[in-house]
Design a protein around this ligand. Structure first.
Ligand SMILES: Nc1ncnc2c1ncn2[C@@H]1O[C@H](COP(=O)(O)OP(=O)(O)OP(=O)(O)O)[C@@H](O)[C@H]1O
Ligand SMILES: [Mg+2]
Length: 258
């Protein structure tokens, strides 16, 4: 059994330029086994770019990624999934006309052979697996045959998260998972994120909502204008410290401590 503080993902010295915009400048980040790590920073500070570099959507100009201490080369979302990383993107898209199960298995629906090489989608298996993921991983009871258009905002986000869980990841990245939700739905989705951690999934979560960040995260990494400001234990700071970090300065006490 690994200890809680074991580094699961280590990202070192990431630099990413878009033409002459320096979106990330020598950024380090460590996600530990079993934690929820918040990634914070003002608009345009580089958070989404960081996530896209980590999952191989963007090629960094410099930098390395290690998983469980091993250097890895992540060339795209497929590689990321192979390394146990799944992502729920900021501009989440679930397909309204499709069922919960179809959304979860979009692009990778299980098939069964009917006659020699001829196969069809195995709806029974798909629905069974969808229901199991929702119940066991997220602790929610949704009929997998329900069309997504009839769901609440929070339930739709749950489907987007459940879709990321189909590949059985141990690392889940979420870019603003609650930003488009009502207060009620937000609370439900926050519960889901806690149950992910309870199920041993390590979470990297981008959020602008400081209350949420203080409620959910174990540690916080802050970016400012593409630079890493620092990483702190959530219990060691108050909101003003984090606001200060978002403007570029570490709280004096906590500097270097996390
Ligand atoms: N594909 C791209 N091409 C050119 N510039 C980009 C691209 N993606 C991001 N940028 C620029 O990189 C910088 C960082 O953007 P990024 O989207 O990572 O910020 P963010 O922290 O996620 O912001 P937000 O909180 O608004 O989502 C910005 O200046 C942005 O305009
Ligand atoms: Mg963003």
């Amino acid at each position: 059994m690994v200890s809680e503080s074991e580094p699961l993902v280590e990202v070192r010295n990431i630099t990413k330029n878009f033409g002459n915009i320096q979106a990330l400048n020598d950024v380090d980040l460590t996600l530990r086994e079993g934690e929820i790590l918040g990634l914070l920073g003002d608009n345009g500070s580089g958070k989404s770019t960081f996530v896209k570099v980590l999952v191989g959507i963007h090629d960094p100009n410099e930098g390395e990624v290690f998983i469980r201490g091993e250097p890895v080369d992540i060339g795209g979302p497929k590689d990321a999934r192979r390394h146990g990383i799944a992502t729920v993107y900021q501009d989440l898209a679930v397909v309204d006309e499709m069922s919960v199960a179809e959304n979860m298995f979009l692009g990778r629906m299980p098939r069964k052979s009917v006659a020699g090489p001829v196969s069809i989608i195995d709806y029974d298996q798909m629905q069974e697996r969808a229901e199991k993921i929702l119940r066991e991983r997220l602790n929610i009871h949704l009929d997998p045959t329900t069309k997504v258009e009839s769901l609440s905002g929070g339930e739709r986000q749950a489907v987007a998260i459940a879709r990321a869980l189909v590949t059985d990841p141990d690392i889940l990245i979420m870019d603003e998972p609650t930003s488009a939700l009502s207060a009620d739905s937000t609370e439900r989705v926050q519960e889901l994120i806690r149950s992910l951690r309870a199920n041993g999934i390590s979470v990297l979560m981008i959020s602008h909502d400081l209350n949420e960040v203080f409620d959910l995260t174990d540690r916080i990494t802050v970016l400012n204008n593409g630079d890493l400001v620092g990483t702190i234990d959530t219990d060691d700071v108050v909101e003003d410290d984090v606001l200060g970090m978002m403007m570029g300065s570490m709280p004096t006490e906590q500097a270097q401590s996390a």
